[in-house]
Structures are given as C-alpha cells and as structure tokens.
Ligand binder design. Structure first.
Ligand SMILES: *Cc1c(COP(=O)(O)O)cnc(C)c1O
Length: 367
C-alpha cells in the first residue's frame, strides 16, 4: 500500500523537536504574536531572500490581504491562470475584484506569458501567476509585462516553498508573494497558516495592519480590517520544519527523477520543467488519455492518486455569475480531463516510487 500522502510522517521524523517546540509555547503563555511568530517571520523572510515576511491565518487570506494591500478595489481586474486551484480566484472576488483568466502553457501548466497582454484592459491592476505543482511560473516576461503596463505582480506560491527561479528562491521576485502552510503543503503547519513575503515595507505593514483589525496601535483602527494571524504555536512548529525543507525538497526531486526516467512512453505526458528553475515538486502530475482507467487501476493496487483539479474554476457553480461558457478555456478543461497526480513526498522511498511507476505502466498496458 502506498498512500498519496501521509501527513503524520513529518511528525514521526521530527517528534522530539516538534514536541519540545510545542511545550515551549505552551509554557510561555504567549499564544498570539510574540517572539515565536517574530522568529519564524525573520527565518522565513531570510529563507526566501525577501526583506519581510508577515504571518496570516491561511493561504487564501495571504492572497486576499496582499491584493488589498496592492490597492485592489471592487471592479478591478486581476489576471489569473484558468487552471489554478479555485482559492486563487476566490481571493480576487473576496476583494470585489474580477478574475480574468489566461490559459497556461500546455507543458509547464503555468501561465503562458505571451497570452497575458491580450487580457489586459484599463481596469487591470494585478497579474497573479501561480507556481503550480511547485514549478515557478516564467516570472521575467511576466514582470516585464507588468512594468510595461504599470501593473503589480502577486505570486501564488502556496505550492512552491523552496523553489528557485533563476538562482533566486521564490519569495521576492514580484511585488508580493502569498504562501499557505496548510498541512499538505511542502512546508505545512499542524492546522491552517499562511504568510506573505515582500521587499516593500509598505506592503508588509499594510498586510499586518489589515490582518489585525486594521490596527497598528492598539484600539486605533485606520481601516476596516479583519482577523487573520499565524498562531504562535504554528510558527514554532514551522520554525522546526523550515530547517528540513531543502532536504525534504531534494527527496521530492529524487522521486520526481525516478518518475521522469521510468515513465517515458508516448501514452504518458510528463511535466516539462523550464531550464532555469528548480521545482519544489509539490505534486507530480502526468497526463494520460485513459485517466479514469488509471485512477481505478491504481486504486485497486492500493496506490494513492488524485486529480489536481477535476473541475476548473470557470466551470464551477460558484462562478456561474461570471458567465463563462464551458469551452471558454479549452486548455484548462483538457488538463482537468487528463491529469492525474502520482504520490510524491519526502517520506516515500525510491523503491516505492519505482513500484508506483511500474504500476502506472502495467495499468496502461505498457509493460
Ligand atoms: C493551498 C492553496 C491555496 C490556499 O491555501 P489555504 O491555506 O488552504 O487557504 C491557494 N492557492 C493554491 C495554488 C493552493 O494550492
């Protein structure tokens, strides 16, 4: 049996350190903010090559508060990928903004830069690329387009902790970068958590104020804020796990390399990775014609697999009001019909990866 993901494995590996971090917070009596949060924010900012990190309640809030901090107002347009997880779009609509989808490159699954300009209007404020499945989007052309049109860039890095774009870690390329520490992410908390990183002190300041009731000084409220903070307990656990993130991403890469070298077949479309990036390998998606058959066969063999994502946002009832036709984004739709993600995690062995690869080929009648 090979599960898609075992969320307890990281705890089993780091039990002594995590238990002691939790005990430290419990004994300190400081449960919101304080030194544990400060310590993690400093460590995470420096890990990401960014000047500032601000902890927030979850990844959706990181995106939402970042958009507010960039000045997105009701009616403003934000360019988003057509094939992302729906949270990216929801953050835009939560500010009253309008998600304007652009199709991905069919090899990398990330926003295709040369399709962006056609989607820009007078109301466009922000370009919101997602580093989907752990691979950084092609940021340089996106940043160049943003500069040309006076737009801001917010990156959704919920799947890309520790990934590199051209020798620099994700975290400080765009105006602001949003992170999720949902338990299943590459850097996962023991519950919900999120952060933004940025090199802009005003953006960092605004996100912190917006997540703290619109207040910087106790009982002085400058704007209508909300409550979205990263718990001290989660920050302490994340500080422990951050030390192992690079090592764990290397394990993911080793699993990815096994899949890349053993799943070479005309029937299987492997992810293509840009030359100058290092993926964080959050997921390992392949595309196959007989996707549903493969899902069923792997399940029979007790091998976990999932689809990321079965229904693109434009086809969800939640976005009926935007009035997109079913076939408005054929690339996103085709991906939703053909993608299947294989198990990949730092706690999987090479033998297990080889077994998954063998089972995939066997299921498709390729061995
Ligand atoms: C997980 C995820 C989010 C949302 O993060 P939460 O912490 O669950 O709110 C946003 N965008 C992408 C691409 C994600 O994978």
């Amino acid at each position: 049996m090979i599960p898609f993901l075992n969320l307890k494995s990281p705890y089993d590996e780091l039990k002594v350190e995590i238990d002691s971090a939790i005990a430290r917070v419990l004994k300190s009596g400081w449960y919101i903010g304080g030194p544990e949060l400060q310590k993690f924010e400093d460590e995470y900012a420096s890990f990401c090559n960014a000047k500032y990190a601000v902890g927030v309640g979850n990844g959706l809030d990181a995106l939402y508060l970042a958009l507010l901090a960039l000045g997105v107002k009701p009616g403003d347009e934000v360019i988003v990928p057509s094939n992302t997880y729906i949270a990216t779009w929801l953050a835009v609509s939560k500010c009253g903004g309008i998600p304007v989808p652009v199709e991905p490159d069919v090899g990398t699954y990330n926003l295709q830069p040369d399709l962006i300009e056609a989607a820009i209007t007078k109301r466009t404020k922000v370009i919101l690329p997602v580093h989907l499945y752990g691979q950084p989007a092609d940021l340089d052309p996106i940043l160049a387009i943003a500069t040309k049109y006076g737009l801001k860039v917010l990156e959704d890095a919920a799947q890309a902790h520790g990934a590199y774009y051209k020798k620099r870690r994700i975290g400080g390329h765009g105006d602001v970068v949003a992170w999720s520490f949902y338990p299943g992410k590459n850097l996962g908390a023991l519950g919900d958590g999120g952060a933004i990183t940025t090199n802009d002190p005003d953006i960092a300041d605004r996100v912190r104020m917006l997540g703290n009731y619109g207040s910087k000084e106790k009982y002085i409220n400058k704007v209508e804020g909300t409550n979205s903070r990263l718990d001290s307990l989660q920050a302490a656990v994340l500080s422990v796990k951050l030390k192992y993130l690079d090592e764990w991403n290397l394990r993911r890469k080793a699993i990815a390399n096994i899949y890349m070298s053993t799943l070479l077949a005309d029937e299987i479309i492997l992810p293509s990775i840009l030359n100058e990036v290092q993926s964080a390998w959050h997921l390992f998606p392949i595309r196959v014609e007989k996707r549903d058959l493969l899902l069923a066969k792997l399940s029979e063999k007790s091998i976990g697999s999932l689809v990321h994502y079965p229904i693109p946002p434009h086809k969800q009832d939640a976005y009926l009001r935007l009035g997109f036709s079913e076939d408005a984004f054929p690339r996103a739709s085709a991906m939703a019909d053909r993608l299947i993600s294989l198990p990949i995690s730092p706690h999987m062995s090479n033998d297990e990866a080889a077994e998954v690869a063998y089972s995939v080929k066997e299921s498709l009648g390729l061995s």
